[in-house]
Design a protein around this ligand. Structure first.
Ligand SMILES: Nc1nc2c(ncn2[C@@H]2O[C@H](COP(=O)(O)OP(=O)(O)OP(=O)(O)O)[C@@H](O)[C@H]2O)c(=O)[nH]1
Ligand SMILES: [Mg+2]
Ligand SMILES: [Zn+2]
Length: 276
């Protein structure tokens, strides 16, 4: 029988087949062959013995959080408490794009902003939409659900950003534990401790522990620019231009002319520096 792993706790795998859940163990031979079943894996199980006998080929595999066959990432970014972190947002967009996962940006905690701050976030949203991303506020549940119908979705964003709360907004089925952030430290308390897939209206969403940085080590220096999709609108004199110091760089010109958002470009440079 064919199913999908939706939860792993220690060596117990929960496999979903239609609307039934099976608690399974993996075949002993997997370990010997160095194969690790992941959340999101499509598997074949032997239902008589509750054993996973085969893992089907993966479309992709994310390292942090460890999850397979992901279509979309909901990048959850709080605008306050914890403060908006644009470099983390741009890093997450790059990482998921590099892994052939379509990012969807969700801003949370808009309700904590003054009118003026709200205008700034609206402008920021407009920029990310204009360059081609789907962007929502977390109170736009119907639109979010529509954009992930039938997809495997991973939640990403720092601890306390409101990832688990978002799932609770999209469905009232689970009532996942959420926790106030530490006022003293201004960050979340790592409330979610393992990766689990939740069924939300024909989408499977992986809630994950919050993380503030991602492993970008597998992106090469010259590949990073391709994950900043708006840069592709400009053709530089040298086609291998890294847009960092070359003269006659059209991207740099676009930043000066305010066609490219300054924070995007600065974050690109910072991430480039981290890769070197
Ligand atoms: N005011 C306000 N608070 C929110 C909003 N979304 C979430 N919160 C609160 O933010 C806190 C943290 O939310 P969680 O959903 O636990 O955050 P998380 O991203 O799952 O955090 P980890 O599990 O630690 O990674 C909770 O107290 C939520 O009630 C929002 O839109 N507005
Ligand atoms: Mg959580
Ligand atoms: Zn350039």
């Amino acid at each position: 029988m064919n199913g999908k792993i939706i939860r792993i706790i220690a060596d117990l795998y929960t496999v979903k087949i239609d609307d039934m859940l099976y608690g399974c163990r993996a075949r002993g031979v997997f370990r010997k062959e160095g194969i690790t079943p992941l959340v999101g894996d499509d598997v074949i199980i032997d239902p008589a013995n509750n054993i996973i006998v085969k893992i089907l080929p993966r479309k992709n595999e994310l390292k942090r959080p460890i999850i397979a066959n992901v279509d979309n990432a909901l990048i959850v970014s709080s605008v306050k408490e914890p403060n908006l972190d644009l470099i983390l947002l741009d890093k997450l967009i790059s990482t998921v794009t590099y892994n052939n996962i379509e990012p969807i940006i969700v801003f949370t905690k808009i309700d904590l902003l003054t009118e003026e701050e709200k205008d700034n976030i609206n402008e920021l949203r407009a920029y990310y939409e204009e360059i081609g991303y789907k962007v929502f506020y977390n109170n736009e549940a119907a639109q979010i659900i529509k954009s992930i119908k039938g997809k495997i979705v991973v939640l990403a964003g720092q601890s306390g950003a409101g990832k688990s709360s978002l799932i609770n907004r999209l469905t009232n089925k689970y009532n996942i534990e959420t926790k106030e952030i530490s006022k003293a430290l201004g960050r979340g308390k790592h409330t979610t401790r393992h990766t689990e897939l939740y069924d939300v209206d024909d989408a499977l969403i992986a809630d994950t522990p919050g993380f503030s940085a991602l492993d970008l080590s597998n992106i090469e220096k010259d590949e990073l620019k391709d994950t900043f999709i708006e840069f592709a609108n400009y053709e530089c004199k040298f086609h291998d231009c890294l847009h960092n110091k070359e003269i006659e760089c059209e991207v740099k010109k676009a930043v000066e002319n305010k066609k490219i958002l300054k924070s995007r470009y600065n974050n690109y440079l910072k991430i480039l520096e981290e890769i070197k």
